[in-house]
Design a protein around this ligand. Structure first.
Ligand SMILES: N[C@@H](CCC(=O)N[C@@H](CS)C(=O)NCC(=O)O)C(=O)O
Length: 216
């Protein structure tokens, strides 16, 4: 196996792939930094590989795939010893898929809508409209969490992919445990995991610092 991951530690979807690799016990990965600030992702070589110019992008020998959700499900389908993270049972998988699409369609856009103006376009604060999208995303997440984990009683890719976004939204709008008790307890459960400390925390801290500097 020759895996190459095009990445930037601060990127939430990249961190979802890091955590998936760690939970799967895959360590043999060549890591290539793609600096969005110096526009590495818009250079010809990168565009030829991924015309959508996003990170993360994964190369597995000569196969290239991007979008963290597609990457994580591919990794589990190809390399996992069991289907626990991405169950083969149709209905269980459908629930995990729904959460993954929720991340793509609701959580990550809420995040990007707040972070991008500050990180790349000189904004010094978040707008009330954009913060409202975060509250709405928290409201949905709170309602999904009727069990220990986001897709039921088992820890799955739904938790990993939503975790990278929600832990980052939490620095934009701290999750109030009185308003969102399920969400706040879930986040604490995730934060206690080794894979979180090793693979989500450092990039999250980098992004927190970047946002703090940009907002000064
Ligand atoms: N849905 C995608 C989102 C990827 C994404 O938008 N990544 C950002 C960095 S966090 C990026 O590559 N931005 C540069 C660009 O879109 O040109 C995923 O889950 O991988």
């Amino acid at each position: 196996m020759v895996l190459t991951l095009y990445k930037l530690d601060a990127s939430p979807p990249v961190r979802a792939v890091y955590m998936t690799l760690d939970v799967l016990g895959i360590t043999d990965v060549e890591m290539v930094d793609v600096n969005l600030f110096t526009k590495d992702h818009l250079k010809d070589d990168y565009l030829q590989m991924n015309p959508q110019h996003t990170i993360p992008t994964l190369k597995d020998d000569d196969f290239v795939i991007w979008d963290s959700h597609a990457i994580c499900t591919y990794l589990v389908n190809k390399y996992a010893d069991s289907d626990a993270l991405y169950p083969k049972d149709l209905k269980q998988r459908a629930i995990v898929d729904q959460r993954l699409h929720f991340d793509s369609g609701i959580l990550f856009p809420a995040l990007r809508g707040n972070v991008e103006p500050v990180a790349f376009r000189g904004a010094k604060s978040y707008t009330p409209e954009n913060l409202e999208k975060v509250r709405s995303a928290y409201n949905f997440s709170e309602k999904f969490l009727t069990s220990e984990w986001l897709a039921g009683n088992e820890f799955t890719l739904a938790d990993i992919c939503c975790l990278s976004s929600i832990s980052t939204l939490n620095i934009i709008l701290p999750i109030d445990e009185e308003v969102y008790p399920n969400l706040s307890a879930w986040l604490k459960r995730c934060e206690a995991k080794d894979f979180y400390k090793k693979w989500n925390q450092p990039g999250l801290e980098q992004l927190t610092q970047l946002i703090k500097t940009k907002c000064e």
